[in-house]
Design a protein around this ligand. Structure first.
Ligand code: ATP
Ligand code: NMN
Length: 260
């Protein structure tokens, strides 16, 4: 049996603020992929959206990144990446994913031990080889052990937002699902199986979409956390304690900064 293919999980979102559920997405996805025996998840990346994404009540990315870093201080495999938020303006998710895929391939490389070269002479695979793997991503089978795939990790609501008119480019949806692959966590009120069935492009690449059911259902959302904060209600055990301390120290999500 082939060795498991190495996978890096990328979650794009506002993380306004990061919640325990955001952290849990990574654990659920890693368990699911590794239980198939086809994948080894080697890294998780959180990429907070640019301030110019312009969603109502979005606090500065410097704060969202600081909170995510505090939340991840005890994780030995998930990290925050600030590249997206440091660009001149908001970037579409496919563009962010392309950048991070290059970064991940440079970092983890595809270091091969050639039998003829012997273990002491390791060499990096060329970009050409890596690209060839991506073109075959729709097959969902594990790739050779030396190759690293980047998969987009999201909740079912993000998947379903693909159907919102003019929100996502068709070519980006195809690229995300065919060249990258999705790991989708169920969310109350969503029906990802039906959504995939009703979409031609998602059905075509359904083998590259991993659906993960969260059996321990909860409805934690950043929207509800912000609402509780505005109302001076406790968010303890919904958000990591260091994040709560940061919010209090920096007086984020106060009643006067958001009204709905
Ligand atoms: N409770 C949840 N179950 C499943 N996925 C979730 C949950 N909360 C967040 N996500 C996913 O986390 C990713 C980042 O989401 P985002 O930061 O926009 O969080 P959110 O809680 O949905 O935010 P908001 O409530 O501000 O719209 C998205 O893919 C989203 O679907
Ligand atoms: N066309 C696109 O690439 C596109 C459209 C909408 C949201 N997104 C991304 O999805 C993530 C979640 O956004 P929302 O919190 O608005 O659901 C963010 O990272 C955002 O940048 C990307």
């Amino acid at each position: 049996m082939a060795a498991p293919g190495r996978v890096v999980l990328l979650a794009c979102g506002c993380f306004n603020p990061i919640t325990n559920m955001h952290l849990r997405l990574f654990e659920l996805a890693r368990d699911h992929l590794e239980k198939t025996g086809l994948y080894k998840v080697i890294e998780g990346i959180i990429s907070p959206a640019h301030d110019k994404y312009g969603k109502k009540g979005l606090v500065p990315s410097t704060d969202r990144i600081a909170m995510a870093q505090l939340a991840l201080s005890t994780s030995d495999w998930v990290r925050v990446d600030s590249w997206e938020s440091e660009q001149k303006g908001w970037l579409e998710t496919a563009v962010v994913a392309r950048h991070l895929k290059r970064q991940v391939q440079n970092k983890h490389g595809s270091v091969m031990d050639s039998e003829t070269d012997g273990p002491s002479r390791k060499r990096r695979k060329t970009q050409h080889n890596v690209n060839n793997i991506d073109k075959n991503a729709g097959s969902s089978t594990a790739v050779a052990s030396g190759d690293v795939q980047l998969k987009l990790l999201c909740g079912a609501d993000l998947l379903e937002s693909f159907a919102v008119p003019n929100l996502w480019r068709d070519e980006h949806i195809k690229e995300l699902v065919s060249d990258f692959g999705l790991v989708v966590i169920s969310r109350a009120g969503s029906n990802p199986e039906k959504f995939i069935y009703e979409s031609d492009v998602l059905s075509k690449y359904k083998n590259n979409i991993h659906l993960v059911t969260e059996w321990i259902q909860n409805e934690i959302s950043a929207t509800k956390i912000r609402r509780s904060l505005r109302r001076k209600e406790s968010i303890r055990y919904l958000v990591p304690d260091p994040v709560i301390n940061y919010i209090n120290e920096h007086q984020l999500y106060q009643p006067e900064t958001e009204t709905s």
